[in-house]
Ligand binder design. Structure first.
Ligand code: SAH
Length: 280
C-alpha cells in the first residue's frame, strides 16, 4: 500500500490555471486524493474557497484547505525542477510531447531529486502558448481526434492514476487474488470415484464404456480446481442423488406435515457443508 505520506508523491504538485468552475477544483482534489496525491496549487481561480468546490471534493477537504493560491504561474511553480504542461490540443509549435504513462515516469524520476509539477489549463481555452513555453514537456491524453477535450478533473484523474500506477509498479505492488486452498489430489481422487459410482447408480453410464466420459469429467473439474468445501458440496449432491428414493420419501412426509416455505429448510437441513465424505 502506498500512503498519502509517500515522500515521492508529496513532491508532485498539480497546478490548475484560472479554473472557472469551482466544482472542478473540488473534483480535481478528489481525483488526486484517490491516487494518494496531496499537493494542489491554484493560479487565479475564479472562485475559491467555495462551497461547490468543497461539495465536489467529497471529503478531499484537506487538499483544498492546504491548496496554495497564486497570482501567477511562475509563483505556483516555484522550486520545481521539472514542469509538464497538459493540453487537449496538439499545438502548431512543436514541443517535446509525451503520453500520460511516460509523464508519470518522468515526474517520478525527477521527484527523486526534488519538486515537480503538472499544469492543467482553463476549461474554456486550456493553457496559453506562453504558459506552455514554461513547461519542459507537453503531455497529451490520446483521445478521439474529433473530440479531444476531457473535463479538467477527468484529465487530472488520468494523470493521477498513471502516477500512482507507475509508483506501485516500481515498488512491485499489485492486487492479488486471495490465495485459495484447492482440494488435494487424494480428495479429488475420492470425488472422481464417487462421481463414477454415482453415474452408474443413476443409470447414466455403463461402467464398461465410461472411461472417455470420466476423462472428460476429470478435465472439466481440473479446469475449475474446486476447493474442499466445493468438493464437499458436489459429493453431498452425489450422495443425495444416489439416495434419491429415501430423500423423496422424506420430503413427501415433510410436505404432508407442513405448508409451503418449509421445503427450503428441509433441503438445507438435509445437507451440511463440510459434512460430505471428502476423504475415502
Ligand atoms: N477547450 C480547451 C480544453 C480545456 S480542458 C482546449 O481546447 O484546450 C481543461 C484542461 O484539461 C486542459 O487545459 C488540460 O490541462 C486538460 N485536458 C483535457 N483534455 C486533455 C487531453 N486530451 N490531454 C491532456 N490534457 C487534457
Amino acid at each position: 500500500m502506498i500512503s498519502a505520506q509517500s515522500s515521492l508523491l508529496d513532491r508532485i504538485r498539480f497546478v490548475l490555471v484560472e479554473t472557472t468552475h469551482p466544482g472542478n477544483i473540488g473534483a480535481v482534489a478528489r481525483a488526486m486524493k484517490t491516487q494518494c496525491l496531496g499537493r494542489l496549487e491554484l493560479v487565479r481561480p475564479r472562485y475559491f474557497p467555495n462551497a461547490e468546490a468543497l461539495a465536489r471534493a467529497s471529503g478531499a477537504d484537506d487538499l483544498l484547505a492546504s491548496a496554495g493560491v497564486h497570482k501567477d504561474l511562475v509563483s505556483a511553480l516555484a522550486g520545481c525542477r521539472l514542469v509538464v504542461g497538459s493540453s487537449a490540443r496538439l499545438r502548431a509549435v512543436e514541443w517535446p510531447l509525451i503520453e500520460p504513462a511516460e509523464c508519470a515516469e518522468r515526474l517520478l524520476d525527477e521527484a527523486e531529486q526534488g519538486e515537480v509539477a503538472l499544469v492543467l489549463g482553463r476549461e474554456s481555452s486550456g493553457l496559453t502558448n506562453e504558459e506552455l513555453a514554461r513547461c519542459h514537456y507537453l503531455v497529451h491524453i490520446p483521445v478521439n481526434p474529433d473530440f479531444s477535450s476531457l473535463n479538467l478533473a477527468s484529465a487530472a484523474q488520468v494523470f493521477a492514476y498513471e502516477i500512482h500506477r507507475a509508483l506501485r509498479a516500481r515498488r512491485g505492488i499489485r492486487l492479488r487474488e486471495t490465495p485459495r486452498e484447492v482440494a488435494p489430489p487424494e480428495a479429488m481422487e475420492g470425488f472422481h470415484q464417487h462421481l463414477a459410482q454415482s453415474l452408474v447408480d443413476l443409470g447414466f453410464s455403463d461402467p464398461d464404456q465410461s472411461n472417455k466420459l470420466l476423462r472428460r469429467l476429470r478435465r472439466l473439474f481440473n479446469r475449475s480446481r474446486p476447493d474442499l468445501v466445493e468438493l464437499s458440496i458436489l459429493r453431498g449432491i452425489l450422495s443425495a442423488a444416489q439416495g434419491r428414493k429415501t430423500a423423496d420419501r422424506f420430503h413427501k412426509s415433510q410436505r404432508r406435515e407442513t405448508e409451503s416455505g418449509t421445503r427450503q429448510q428441509v433441503v438445507g437441513s438435509d445437507f451440511k457443508v463440510g459434512e460430505g465424505p471428502v476423504d475415502d
